[in-house]
Design a protein around this ligand. Structure first.
Ligand code: NAD
Length: 359
């Protein structure tokens, strides 16, 4: 079996963490008897510098032709003040849209070895945290029309529109119900149905869709309460499904609670075609080029890629087990460092995981 993976290293620490992910793919392929062919394309600031646009057409073509896409991170201070329409983040939103990636799967898992880093009270952390946030990615307020700025009665106003069609809600709900089926069978739909019309429709459609998943226990929660419950009692959640804006915020909240955004992978999936896999953190310009970045989120994204896009559960588990073993042995990058642990850089962390996969 030969896999064709398109790499989008991006900016900041992107190239460093991507190099470790490639190392992991190569060693995993060797251990499990498949081959990986990689191609590289430009996205974000790197693409702006080389081609004047954050998402060149060649990148879209390379991504859609691949079996799966692995992304580092985009953005940085160098491009903070350029014209809005070509900012690096536009590349990110654009590639998600171009690939039809409407579902973002973000697991927030608290590793036993990193419980000390959890930002919650010890008694709450002890109950565990293993939640999968399913966020709608191509609709809602980030894409809704009309949007823009106008001058009215002598002052500037700006506006965006939160809009969801029934079909958009139903397809993300189905992804979430299916995910819940593969986990602990619980789904919490998060909305703001007490205030927003769009949320009332969201809730109606989720309830209607639930009829096809009688084995999944469905609950509903307002987004403000969900934000509180995630810090009060996160162990109550299995899978959460929500729209683009709420999901953006809640998934970052769930992530930071675990203590390191350098540990968390994500998957973005469409109805068909390749999925896109990336760490949830940004380009970390403050540590770029210093061999300080934690590559584990990107390495664990490789595991998600093998599992979700390529149906290769065993190699995915091997990568996850190797990452856990390295943590158990006390190896840490700076972001997850603790007293008595062994501090390593990005490159060494990648090699440690690779060695354990090869064993
Ligand atoms: P960030 O995630 O890049 O960094 C936040 C903090 O976490 C920094 O102190 C950073 O050093 C640390 N950090 C992040 N990833 C780490 C890792 N793997 N190992 C160790 N430490 C890590 O967020 P930010 O500082 O708000 O944004 C920086 C740039 O990244 C901005 O241009 C932003 O737009 C962009 N960004 C991109 C993405 C993406 O590509 N998906 C996501 C978020 C932010």
């Amino acid at each position: 079996m030969s896999l064709n993976i398109c790499l989008l290293p991006g900016d900041g620490i992107g190239p460093e963490i991507m190099a470790q992910a490639v190392k992991i793919m190569d060693v995993t392929a060797k251990a499990f008897g498949f081959t990986v062919a990689t191609s590289e394309a430009l996205l974000g600031g790197a693409a702006i510098d080389a081609a004047g646009t954050p998402l060149p057409e060649a990148t879209v073509a390379a991504c859609t032709a691949a079996d799966a896409v692995l992304l580092g991170a985009v953005g940085g201070p160098k491009w903070d003040n350029i014209e809005k329409s070509i900012r690096p983040e536009r590349g990110l939103l654009g590639i998600r849209k171009a690939m039809g990636l409407f579902a973002n799967l973000r697991p927030a898992t608290l590793f036993d070895e990193l419980r000390h880093a959890c930002l919650l009270r010890a008694d709450i952390a002890a109950q565990g945290l293993d939640v999968l946030i399913v966020r709608e990615l191509t609709g809602g307020i980030y894409f809704g029309e009309p949007k823009g700025e106008e001058t009215k009665d002598g002052e500037r106003r700006a506006f965006n529109t939160m809009v969801y069609a029934e079909s958009e809600i139903e397809r993300i709900a189905r992804v979430a119900f299916e995910a819940a089926r593969k986990r602990r069978g619980k789904l919490c739909s998060v909305d703001k149905a007490n205030v927003l019309d769009v949320s009332q429709l969201w809730r109606e459609v989720v309830i209607r869709t639930a009829k096809d998943y009688p084995d999944v226990e469905l609950s509903h929660m307002y987004v403000d309460n969900a934000a509180m419950q995630l810090v009060r009692a996160p162990h109550q959640f299995d899978v959460m499904v929500t729209g683009n804006l709420f999901g953006d915020i809640l998934s970052d909240e769930a992530a930071v609670i675990t203590g390191s955004i350098g540990m968390l992978p994500s998957a973005s999936l469409g109805s068909s075609g390749p999925g896109l896999y990336e760490p949830i953190h940004g380009s970390a310009p403050d540590i770029a080029g210093q061999d300080k970045a934690n590559p584990l989120a990107t390495i664990l994204s490789v595991a998600m890629m093998l599992r979700h896009s390529l149906d290769m559960a065993a190699p995915a588990e091997a990568i996850e087990a190797a990452a856990r073993a390295v943590l158990k042995e006390g190896w840490r990058t700076g972001d997850i460092m603790q007293e008595g642990a062994k501090l390593v850089g990005c490159e060494k962390m990648g090699s440690l995981v690779a060695e354990r996969i090869a064993k």
